[in-house]
Design a binder for this molecule. Structure first.
Ligand SMILES: NC(=O)c1ccc[n+]([C@@H]2O[C@H](COP(=O)([O-])OP(=O)(O)OC[C@H]3O[C@@H](n4cnc5c(N)ncnc54)[C@H](OP(=O)(O)O)[C@@H]3O)[C@@H](O)[C@H]2O)c1
Length: 252
């Protein structure tokens, strides 16, 4: 029997997804379109971004693609100037390279913090200040269980950048509540995307590591997208300042 009851619907909402050319961000963009949202996708690589745009479902929504490097303040400014009013934003762009600390350098650490911490902070600041985020909008920051657990050796600075993001999320949630803008984060465990196949960890080590997850596997991008849908939808309208851990039980 068709009831039309769906508290998770995103119909009538416009949602920005960063990091939408790959992995978790791409899957979130696709899921948002399936739930009825108009989606604005952004990342640096136009070809991969176009592939995401081509995968979005539409029953009349006009999705958009905007190319920007979020570590460039000029490109960030141009991106913000092109954005429509938003009911939601998922800031998923990020990077991680598993690298033992002794092979790191201050430049590499700065790069990690630029893309994982300062880029989402700056984008959120500008979108709030320019009132691109409408009253009642929902923001989802992509953190990681690496911010609270040493989930994978060689990720100390990555983990610190995500811990910083999670801390910032709570302050932003408090500050933006006066305009009824909600800010939450998702802390995924290891999710099978191109990100985890970069760096020094071998496929054998990944397979061994997956056995540490009580639910017996790494996550799939869909596992994270479903959490993002909840946080973007009116089903979570009384939820702000929360870090939603989706990790197959790893952090138990
Ligand atoms: N996969 C995991 O196990 C896992 C676990 C916990 C948290 N996370 C977090 O989830 C988020 C998505 O990760 P993923 O696994 O989906 O990785 P991914 O497949 O490598 O995707 C990363 C995305 O970020 C974009 N990006 C990177 N640098 C950028 C920049 N300077 N400006 C604009 N966009 C940039 C990339 O697009 P372009 O290259 O086209 O710019 C890409 O779309 C990240 O924040 C990551 O830290 C992932």
């Amino acid at each position: 029997m068709e009831t039309g009851y769906n508290p998770f619907s995103l119909e009538g909402k416009t949602v920005l997804v960063t990091g939408a050319s790959s992995g978790i961000g791409r899957e979130i963009a696709i899921a948002c379109s399936r739930m009825g949202a108009t989606v604005v996708v952004t990342a640096r690589n136009e070809e991969r971004l176009q592939a995401t745009l081509d995968s979005l479902e539409s029953s009349g929504q006009e999705h958009r693609l905007l190319v920007a490097d979020l570590t460039s303040s000029d490109e960030m400014t141009a991106l913000v100037a092109s954005l429509p009013s938003l009911d939601g934003a998922v800031l998923s762009a990020g990077n991680s390279t598993t690298l033992p600390l002794q092979f790191g350098s201050r430049d590499k650490f700065d790069e990690m913090f630029d893309v994982n911490f300062f880029a989402p902070v700056e984008l959120l600041r500008m979108m709030y200040k320019k009132k691109i985020l409408q009253k009642g909008a929902s923001v989802v920051l992509m953190a990681s269980i690496g911010g609270t657990h040493s989930f994978m050796p060689g990720n100390g600075v990555y983990g610190a950048s995500k811990a910083a993001l999670n801390s910032f999320m709570k302050y932003a949630a408090r500050e933006f509540a006066s305009r009824r803008v909600r800010v939450n984060s998702i802390c995924p465990g290891m999710v099978d995307t191109p990100l985890i196949h970069r760096g020094t960890i071998t496929e054998e080590q990944l397979a061994e590591d997956a056995k540490r997850y009580p639910l017996g596997r790494y996550g799939q991008p869909e596992d994270i997208a479903n959490g993002a849908i909840y946080l973007l939808s009116d089903a979570s309208s009384w939820l702000t300042g929360h870090d939603l851990v989706i990790d197959g039980g790893f952090s138990i």
